[in-house]
Structure formats: C-alpha cells, structure tokens
Write a protein that binds this ligand. Structure first.
Ligand code: ASP
Length: 328
C-alpha cells in the first residue's frame, strides 16, 4: 500500500515536472542558437536568402539563427536529414521548389514533403535568369537558341543537381528548344556560377539572388528572366517568353520547415520572428536589390506553405513525368 501510494505520488510529481518544464520551455524558447539548414552550398542564392533572414530573425529571437549548409542530391539529402532531426525547436530548414519536385524526380526518397514536416511559412519569391559565360558569342535569346541548336554537343549547362531549380529551369530550356545538352552538377549554384565566371561551363539558369550582381557588373552574359513580366530591379532585361521562348516561366519560392512533432508554440514563435524578419528593411531592401519579390502575408503562414506545396507537387509532378526525368 505504502509502495503504491509512493509510486502514484512519484508519477504525479513527474507529470507535474514535465508539464512545468514544457511550459517554461515554450515561454523561454529559444535558450540556445537555432540551426537553419540550407540544402545547397554557402554563398549561393538560397544561402543568401537564408543568411539575410537569419540575421533579421536573430534580432527578434535573442538567440543566433545559425545557417548550416548540408549539400547533395539536389537538396534531398538535407530534407531527409531534417525530417529525422529531433523536433525540439532547434532545427529548421529552408528550401525552394525542390521540396515539391523531389517526389516526381526520385524513385526513392528519405522523406515525404507532405507528412514528415511542420510548416512555418513561405519567405519570398525569386525570379531566375538565363546567363552564360561572358564570351559566349550569342548576343540575345534568338541568337542563343540558334547557336545552342547548332553546337549542342559542345555546350554544357551547369546546375545544382537533380531537384535543384537550376536543373528544372535548364530542363525546361532544353525541352523548349529541342536540344540535349551535357549538364554539369555542382553542390549549389555558388560553385556553378564560379565555374561560369571561370569559363569552365557555358550556361546557367539561376536565381537573381545569385546572378543580379554579376548581371549588373557585366561579368556574365544575360539572356532573360524567367518570370511572366519583366522585373522591377532589372527593367531593361527581357523575359525569356518575350525573347522567343513563349510561356517560359519559373518562379522560385522559398519555404521554411521543421521536423514533424516540433511543438506548435515553438513553430508559432519561430514563424512570428520569420514574418517580422521578412518585413525588416535590412532583409526587404537587400532582397529587392537582388530582384526578389515580397509575397502576400497569407503565404507566410503554415497553412499558406502547406497548401502551396501541395499545389506545386501536382503542377511539377506532371511536367517532370512528361519529361521522363527521374533518379533512383
Ligand atoms: N540555385 C540553386 C538551385 O539550383 C540552389 C542554390 O545553390 O541555392 O536550386
């Protein structure tokens, strides 16, 4: 009898402690630095969005948001690792359209984008640009199409691996002009752009958050933007659609995720800091200078991300299956 009462009392004490620790945890969160995983190389376009946002969020959260680059397999290595990480509020993940294209591209995937994560919200939209090494002869998109068709066996196209938006955009470009080019995968488009600047690769389709400064400085050759309309930060640059690749459109969107089971109040606190960060002039101005476009508040919410992700999985799934592109 004494033994069972003692057991009962100890269990009640343990439950009470767990509850009070949980509440204290939520109120005082975060008590240490938070890791924001980027699935591509440092210095690239996703990394630049992540680091600029992390700096703004650090001001609100009072703890450092540390960017961690975990590269490989077009972003799927990082997504798989985050899906298995402890759901303790200290691991978050920023990715792009690759979260939606991976299920159609990979026969075996270590994560399910729609069931293995908690959703924080979307961050910003980023146009892409089709660029070339500075000395590639074609002066505009019409000349580029003719040149690439005539020299298909000699031209190579850099990307950040199967699942990267650079790969997706490059695939759509090849489909649009009916060419089959040699592709060169990198761990991200920071090293891909370096190879382009060094003349080791010929063409790259990449986000303006990586390419804008080089386009403005004239260190790469620019053919066009992948949006429907011309973009505010580069009004003189044509869209690829108006330049001859009719209806060519890719917009990169970034979403923030956490491992499934991360407590709702932690997601809310991190998400609120993210939404404040998006509006912070230090983030907003830098992003606008780099050609990125602010998104509606509704898309910055967990529901906004999850719904959008679902529609993108459907949209890109059929495009990719039609192209017959996938990996084991
Ligand atoms: N822009 C890259 C991509 O093609 C990724 C990166 O390096 O941020 O997906």
């Amino acid at each position: 009898m004494t033994f069972s009462r003692r057991t009962l009392n100890l269990s009640a004490l343990a439950a009470g402690l767990a509850l009070s620790c949980g509440l204290a945890g939520a109120q005082s969160y975060p008590t240490k630095s938070i890791s924001l995983v980027v699935p591509f190389a440092a210095g690239g376009p996703t990394d630049i969005v992540a680091r600029t946002l992390a700096a703004s969020m650090t001001k609100t959260l009072g703890q450092t948001v540390v960017v961690e680059n975990k590269t490989g397999a077009g972003g799927t290595i990082a997504a798989g690792a985050v899906a298995k990480a402890a759901p303790d509020g200290y691991t978050f993940f920023i990715h792009h359209n690759g979260m939606a294209t991976a299920p159609a591209l990979y026969r075996k995937l270590a994560f399910n984008p729609l069931t293995d994560f908690e959703y924080v919200g979307q961050v910003i939209d980023v146009p892409m640009t089709l660029i070339a090494r500075k000395d590639l002869p074609p002066k505009n998109t019409a000349e580029l199409i003719a040149y690439v068709k005539a020299n298909a066996t000699k031209i190579n196209l850099a990307n950040a691996g199967l699942g990267a938006v650079s790969h997706l955009c490059g695939t759509l470009f090849q489909q649009a002009i009916g060419a089959d080019l040699t592709t060169v995968p990198f761990q991200g488009t920071a090293p891909a752009l370096n190879a382009l600047l060094g003349g080791q690769v010929d063409l790259l389709c990449d986000q303006t958050t990586n390419t804008a400064q080089h386009i403005k400085a004239g260190t790469v050759k620019m053919y066009g933007v992948t949006t429907k309309q011309r973009i505010k930060s580069m009004p003189d640059q044509p869209t690829l659609s108006e330049a001859g690749l009719k209806d060519f459109e890719v917009v990169v969107w970034h979403g923030v995720y956490a491992p499934k089971g991360t407590p709702a109040d932690v997601i809310k606190k991190f998400g609120d800091a993210m939404r404040v960060g998006i509006k912070d002039p230090a983030f907003a101005t830098r992003m606008a200078d780099l050609g990125a476009e602010q998104i509606a508040d509704a898309r910055q919410t967990p529901e906004g991300l999850k719904t959008f992700l679902g529609s993108e999985i459907t949209k890109w799934g059929s495009v990719i299956r039609a192209a017959g592109q996938y990996a084991d």
